[in-house]
Write a protein that binds this ligand. Structure first.
Ligand SMILES: [Zn+2]
Length: 135
């Protein structure tokens, strides 16, 4: 019997999880597209109360901002998932894309799309988040 196999990293399970998550994200992205706010034809001219229009516009821009932010996050996760799938095919899954060291199994469990080890991911995030210096 294949007793040892039980402990081998189940790449199939991971691949299935990654695929399922990728599909879920694509669905959510499609949902965001459908519900894109801001188009309310026929509202114009019916009211002459500018304050409510201003309030509405403000609310809409907040909704847009939230949707934009979540879209960014979703697209970023999607990219990670696609890369993780590539890595499974390449046979480099579980290794950091940046430094080549193994990624902690706990990290992969929590985030199957992780393609970088925690230190490298943190470093990259810091670089992305840090404000650009504008002269
Ligand atoms: Zn690394």
């Amino acid at each position: 019997m294949d007793q040892d196999r039980k402990h081998a990293p189940s790449k199939w399970t991971l691949a299935t999880r990654i695929l399922a998550e990728r599909r879920a994200i694509l669905e959510r992205l499609a949902g965001l597209d459908q519900h894109s706010p801001g188009r309310h034809p026929g509202r114009h001219g019916s009211s002459d109360t500018p304050t409510s229009e201003v309030m509405e516009a403000a609310q809409e821009s907040v909704v847009k901002e939230i949707e934009f932010a979540s879209r960014e996050i979703l697209v970023a996760r999607l990219k990670g998932l696609v890369r993780a799938e590539e890595k499974i095919r390449e046979g480099t899954y579980g290794r950091c894309d940046a430094c080549g060291h193994p990624i902690a199994p706990a990290r992969l469990q929590a985030m199957p799309e992780a393609v970088r080890c925690a230190p490298c991911a943190a470093q990259r995030e810091k670089r992305l988040v840090s404000p650009r210096r504008v002269r």
